[in-house]
Design a protein around this ligand. Structure first.
Ligand code: DP6
Length: 331
């Protein structure tokens, strides 16, 4: 029996669009901060058939859709293919029984896929005999299940970077660990409705946006700026580059075919208000949004109190508080 634990991450330079949808090879590099909560635990055991049991934050069993089981089974197959390709395929189990325990509250607008698949990358990596896999190899296993999961095999600030071609050609690299610059993430969820179109389908249509090519051209410079802002702990530089990138990703989403409108009127209202508060109170706070209306407010310790009060004053919103965390690991 192998148990692994992981958590979600929040991207500062967003991953949107693939150069290979099956292998989840991203069209461009991305960068995120790993969160320390909420956590997901995955337990695997060798088995004749592939089975999945999943439990939610209350411990209640969560029935898995056929599509979700198929995605998990496909990831296991791809993971074995990758391990065989690097000469680490000896005595891998034919199948596994998988138990997922998620402590991610259902209504906080944070997708569980990065946490789940990075647990699985970690756990499948532990199936090999002999020397343990490198963090890069674990990142590749995680990425094969969900692109953003490839950024969870280290703690702190982690890129998903492209290197050439083939199944192993994108993996995580650590920019700085979780102790370098602890940042808070105050999450405001204005809507608890399930998103209609998930990331996997969205990525596959990203290139239909007339803005996609320009986005790919802009990302290398943004990556350099973001890495430099993180290394030097320059919050203003981080804010400018990450907000520009998040808003651009949403313009791509909104102009692809079919268009994806993830941000709501409430999201935009929250952004305008936080911009006002940031200017008047000189706060170190930045906003970013993934594939949904949820707003992540990243801030430094000295701005935390005001940002939390702002979040908690929002009507009809759920607030979740988290911060920089460590990556996936075996228990
Ligand atoms: C908007 O990693 O969720 O959150 O590989 O289909 O699971 P799949 O995609 P996923 O895509 C993340 C998209 C994003 C931006 C980001 O996290 O970089």
């Amino acid at each position: 029996m192998i148990t692994a634990i992981s958590s979600p991450n929040i991207a500062l330079i967003k991953y949107w669009g693939n150069r290979d949808n099956v292998l989840r090879l991203p069209a461009a590099d991305s960068l995120s901060m790993v969160l320390d909560t909420p956590t997901v635990e995955a337990i695997i055991e060798a088995s004749d058939v592939f089975t999945v049991q999943s439990y939610d934050a209350d411990g209640a069993e969560k029935p898995q859709s056929e599509q979700s089981v198929a995605r998990l089974a496909h990831h296991f197959t791809l993971s074995k293919e990758y391990l065989v390709s690097i000469g680490r395929g000896k005595n891998l189990p034919k199948n596994i029984s998988l138990t997922i325990r998620s402590a991610i509250p259902p209504a906080i607008g944070i997708a569980s896929s990065a946490a789940v698949f990075s647990c699985l990358g970690e756990a499948y990596g532990a199936l090999v005999e002999g020397r343990p896999l490198s963090r890069e190899e674990v990142s590749i296993l995680s990425r094969l299940g969900s692109g953003s999961a490839g950024r969870n095999s280290y703690g702190g600030f982690v890129t998903l970077t492209n290197h050439g071609d083939g199944i192993a050609s994108a993996y995580g690299e650590q920019i700085a660990d979780e102790h370098h610059w602890p940042l808070h993430d105050i999450v405001i969820v204005p809507s608890v409705k399930e998103k209609k179109v998930g990331s996997t389908e969205g990525h596959a249509a990203a290139a239909t946006s007339p803005l996609f090519a320009e986005r790919l051209r802009a990302i290398p410079k943004r990556m350099r700026e973001c890495i430099s802002a993180l290394r030097t702990r320059d919050f203003e530089k981080l804010q400018i580059v990450s907000e520009e990138d998040a808003l651009e990703m949403h313009r791509v989403m909104e102009s692809q075919n079919p268009p994806l409108q993830y941000l709501s009127a409430e999201t935009h209202r929250i952004l305008r208000e936080i911009e006002g508060l940031r200017a008047s109170d000189k706060l170190n706070v930045l906003y970013t949004m993934d594939a949904g209306p949820t707003v992540h407010l990243l801030c430094t310790e000295d701005s935390l109190k005001t940002v939390t009060e702002f979040a908690e004053a929002q009507k009809n919103c759920i607030v979740f508080k988290t911060k920089t965390g460590g990556g996936s690991k075996l228990l």
